[in-house]
Design a protein around this ligand. Structure first.
Ligand code: SIN
Length: 352
């Protein structure tokens, strides 16, 4: 009887202690080290960020910079999972993925929105921008705001624009110096009416192929060439399959950073503010660093390949601008006057 009383008192004492101190070993031993696999799983919000570019490019690095900033600003309440190189979705299906909430963020090349939203074609016009400040004025001014507003009603919210660099032509057939050198060449292109018109004006043919299928199509010779920013030509190793590159700077490659609207609206005001701030800071970061990333990549290409690299002189560029006039005539049918006038204003402000 005495033994039963002693055991019962121990059990009671244990229950009472647990009741007053709490049952959790975490609470009784203090705070755990941060571990994003474990901590507050129910409260942690995850942004799945899908894109098709390589990690060592302006977009890949900007995505990582954004992830770091937002995690820091929200004390890890928001975590960003990045899926690069088209690991989750390719060009053709990433818009549907973000609209349906299968991922929360994507950052497609602006061109890839231009079939769905015709005004976006304005950013693809050849020689639209005379240098980086002109691009910034378009992205961060009236043109950018109008284009982001255009996405309303799609369950996809535009957050802003990220920078990469000016596009250059590469090909495997011959050096390209004058517009007539493009005659009858076959190019891989992003889908977009202005891009199509640009190659038509040069009497070249095109195939719309997803970014991550480009290397293979260059390798087997299905296409003779492609146009891209240097960081993509380097990181996707296109230069290994191409004998000639022309530094034409004929158009600018940048990105629309967009988020699933329902997800964004579901965030608290504080989280929305942190996201907006992180986005702004990363945009500044990638604007400042995209130029040096592309410069570093051209140096690496020069060091590691014997590709012939030709540069267009100002005189030669004039002939290309002349050749591209039909592209502007065609684009006028699709792009609003207001945007074309604003582009003209930017061109006048930044003319050399
Ligand atoms: C990208 O930079 O996201 C891809 C561009 C392309 O499709 O050429």
């Amino acid at each position: 009887m005495k033994t039963v009383t002693i055991i019962t008192s121990f059990i009671l004492a244990g229950i009472l202690t647990a009741f007053f101190l709490g049952f959790s070993p975490v609470e009784s031993t203090g705070k755990l080290e941060y571990d994003d696999e474990q901590e507050g799983l129910e409260e942690q919000l995850v942004i799945r960020f899908s894109h098709v570019a390589a990690e060592n490019t302006p977009k890949g690095m900007a995505a990582r910079d954004f992830a770091k900033r937002i995690q820091a600003k929200t004390d890890n309440e928001i975590k960003v999972e990045i899926y690069s190189n088209g690991e989750l979705y390719q060009d053709q299906n990433e818009w549907a993925a973000v609209a349906n909430g299968n991922v929360e963020m994507i950052a497609p090349a602006t061109t890839k929105l231009s079939t769905r939203f015709p005004d976006w074609q304005v950013l693809d016009l050849p020689y639209a921008f005379q240098g980086y400040p002109a691009v910034q004025e378009a992205y961060e001014g009236k043109i950018g705001q109008t284009l982001l507003d255009d996405l309303r009603g799609t369950n996809v919210k535009g957050l802003g624009f990220w920078y990469n660099g000016f596009k250059q032509f590469t090909n495997n057939k011959q050096p390209i110096q004058s517009p007539s050198d493009m005659n009858k060449l076959h190019f891989r292109v992003m889908p977009g009416p202005v891009i199509e018109a640009q190659f038509q004006a040069l009497n070249a043919s095109t195939s719309e192929l997803s970014f991550n299928k480009t290397y293979r199509n260059l390798e087997v010779g299905f296409v003779d060439g492609q146009e891209n920013a240097i960081s993509n030509i380097y990181s996707k190793k296109f230069y290994k399959q191409q004998s000639y590159m022309t530094l034409s700077n004929h158009a600018y490659l940048g990105y629309a950073v967009v988020i699933n609207e329902e997800f964004f609206e579901g965030l608290s005001n504080t989280h929305q503010q942190s996201l907006t701030e992180a986005m702004k800071e990363t945009t500044d970061w990638v604007r400042r660093h995209s130029i040096e990333i592309n410069d570093a990549h051209i140096r690496k290409i020069k060091r590691s390949s014997d590709m012939e690299i030709d540069v267009l002189t100002t005189e030669e560029q004039k002939r290309w601008r002349e050749a591209f006039k039909p592209v502007y005539l065609k684009a006028k049918q699709n792009i609003s006057n207001e945007l074309l006038q604003e582009l003209e204003r930017i061109q006048q402000t930044h003319s050399p």
